[in-house]
Ligand binder design. Structure first.
Ligand SMILES: *[C@@H]1O[C@H](CO)[C@@H](O)[C@H](O)[C@H]1NC(C)=O
Length: 166
């Protein structure tokens, strides 16, 4: 009886639980096509509604275009309990103004082809040994969440890189 109960519980948990879901919304950005400092206002969302364990983020963020870092910022520590969800405001900025010409041309070409340029937002939780990578469109009007992929990090002599995408 106990065995059957345990088995039923395990199956129930398997069917109802799921991994946390992360997303990023670009609420505002500047300094890409205007002569003001580069900055990105981001909202990071953690959906742990189907989770069975607490999930924590915190560390730093980098916004990249074509693999080139445009802005960086700190990410406050946030822990979301199972069955919980929370948003976190993140600001990434740089001392730079505008874009290097080659990047600006790439971005303009992508905008012509796809309607919007897409940046990569990375959130690195060094302490927890994983990072998120989210590809988000830069749209002035309709900010919406873009999903993130989570990967574990491994240390290599030439730096930290994703071990595998989950
Ligand atoms: C980011 O948000 C702050 C506070 O709301 C605002 O003052 C600033 O203009 C925003 N920056 C961008 C680039 O959207």
């Amino acid at each position: 009886m106990l065995f059957v109960g345990t088995l039923a519980w395990a199956i129930f948990m398997m069917l109802t639980s799921r991994l946390p879901v992360f997303s990023v919304t670009v609420d505002g950005f500047s300094g890409l096509d205007d002569r003001v400092p580069r900055a990105f206002n981001l909202t990071m969302a953690v959906d742990n509604l189907g989770g069975t364990y607490e999930v924590c983020v915190g560390g730093e963020t980098v916004v990249l275009y074509g693999g080139v870092p445009l802005a960086t910022g700190g990410v406050e520590k946030l822990c979301v309990p199972p069955k919980g969800a929370a948003d976190l405001a993140v600001v990434a900025a740089s001392g730079g103004v505008g874009l290097p010409e080659a990047l600006a041309e790439l971005m303009a070409a992508e905008k012509r082809a796809d309607g919007a340029a897409h940046v990569e937002v990375r959130v690195i939780s060094e302490k927890h040994n994983w990072l998120l990578s989210c590809t988000a469109a830069l749209e002035r009007a309709a900010a919406r969440p873009y999903p993130c992929k989570k990967s574990l990090m491994i240390d290599e002599s030439d730096g930290v890189r994703p071990a595998r995408w989950q």
